[in-house]
Design a protein around this ligand. Structure first.
Ligand code: GH3
Ligand code: MG
Ligand code: MG
Ligand code: MG
Length: 331
């Protein structure tokens, strides 16, 4: 288990990376499950390890391990005994690797000196380390500690990666996806539409005369209006729809599996939800009414246009909406 120095270093890493607080699993004691061929074998391991491992150690019968995982009682490390010729143990390794909760768990296989075939198969199925049956407790403790350390580091890295991906995908003002994420996601939607033979709608939504909102009420109110526009757009769409802040006061909406008729209705609904009631902006409750112009383009079906071309079509439609007087949807 981690020493206090190690924990302090991890805490510093976590803070230096800008986490508001430590990731959920940070600092929690680890858990090790021992799965012997017999109850006596696992008990023997536990007695040998006494005082050398500071993580929680549980003994589980082979048949009960997956049930426990299913019930949420999964471990960071599994020590599993194989029995030659039975496939027992080996099957458990592949089952653990196939489950989300234990995909990244450590697995150490305990095998007999002569069971070279089992040992190699175990490694092939994803075991992290091997111990020869009868190895002394010091060696066992060392190998367990190494795997627990590796698991903790890997968990932390995965959380940092998830958080980093989130940070580079989200616009901090509106909490919507940003342009970078939207462009990547659009390609996926286009690909799904190609294989599924369905249409999707693409909308570019630009706030009308937003410069005058800033000029009249100040930049802070302008920011709050942007956040409220984003909120209203999100509230009026389905979970499967993409809403992103595409530029300064420009938003992008993509609706998969949507016909032209549905898209027109949705765009009109979005237009109305922005302009039909004032936004009350904190702290003094300034009422601000804005409208948006929406350029609509359809993708998918027989039309094989690439995303940049569809965006250009939507942008052209938006330009027309502005030219024809704003606060309208144009196709
Ligand atoms: P139009 O109807 O033609 O779109 O007029 P507009 O004033 O909205 O368009 P223009 O492109 O002239 O101005 C957009 C303004 O949006 C200018 C810029 O200062 C403002 N803006 C862009 N991003 C932000 C932001 O993050 N916060 C605030 N408060 N204003 C922003
Ligand atoms: Mg503009
Ligand atoms: Mg504008
Ligand atoms: Mg604009």
């Amino acid at each position: 288990s981690a020493t206090s120095g190690e924990l302090r270093r991890r805490g510093e890493t976590v803070r230096a990376l800008g986490f508001a607080e430590a990731p959920a699993t940070f600092g929690r004691p680890g858990r090790i499950t021992l799965v012997g061929s017999t109850a006596e074998e696992a008990m023997g391991w536990r007695v040998g390890l006494r005082g050398m491992i500071h993580d929680e150690i549980v003994i589980e019968r082979r048949e009960k391990v997956l049930r426990a995982v299913h019930d949420g009682a999964h471990s960071d490390l599994y020590v599993i005994s194989t029995r030659p010729g039975t496939g027992e143990g080996l099957r458990l390794i592949s089952d653990l690797r196939a489950r989300e909760a234990t995909r990244h768990a450590g697995i150490i296989v305990v095998h007999g000196q002569q069971e070279r075939r089992e040992a190699l198969m175990a490694l092939d199925l994803g075991a992290n380390d091997l111990i020869t049956r009868g190895a002394d407790p010091e060696e066992m403790a060392l190998r367990l500690r190494t795997q627990m350390r590796r698991k903790r580091d890997a968990d932390l890295l995965r959380q940092i990666l998830d958080e980093g991906l989130r940070l580079v995908s989200i616009d901090s003002l509106t909490r919507l996806y940003n342009r970078r994420y939207a462009l990547a996601h659009l390609e996926k939607i286009a690909e799904e539409a190609r294989t599924g033979g369905r249409h999707f709608a693409l909308m570019l939504i630009d706030i009308d005369r937003f410069k005058s909102v800033n000029d009249t009420f100040g930049h802070a109110v302008g920011d709050a209006v942007l956040a409220e526009v984003g909120q209203r757009l999100r509230d009026s769409l389905r979970g499967m729809d993409l809403v992103a802040r595409f530029g300064g006061e420009e938003f992008l909406v993509c609706m998969p599996m949507t016909s032209l008729t549905e898209a027109r209705a949705a765009a009109e609904r979005l237009r109305v939800t922005i302009c039909d009631r004032p936004m009350t902006i904190a702290p003094d409750g300034t009422p601000v009414t804005v409208s948006v112009s929406i350029g609509l383009a359809m993708g998918g079906g027989p039309d094989r246009s690439a995303i940049p071309d569809l965006l250009a079509v939507a942008d052209q439609a938006l330009y027309s909406a502005k030219a024809e007087g704003r606060n309208q949807v144009t196709l």
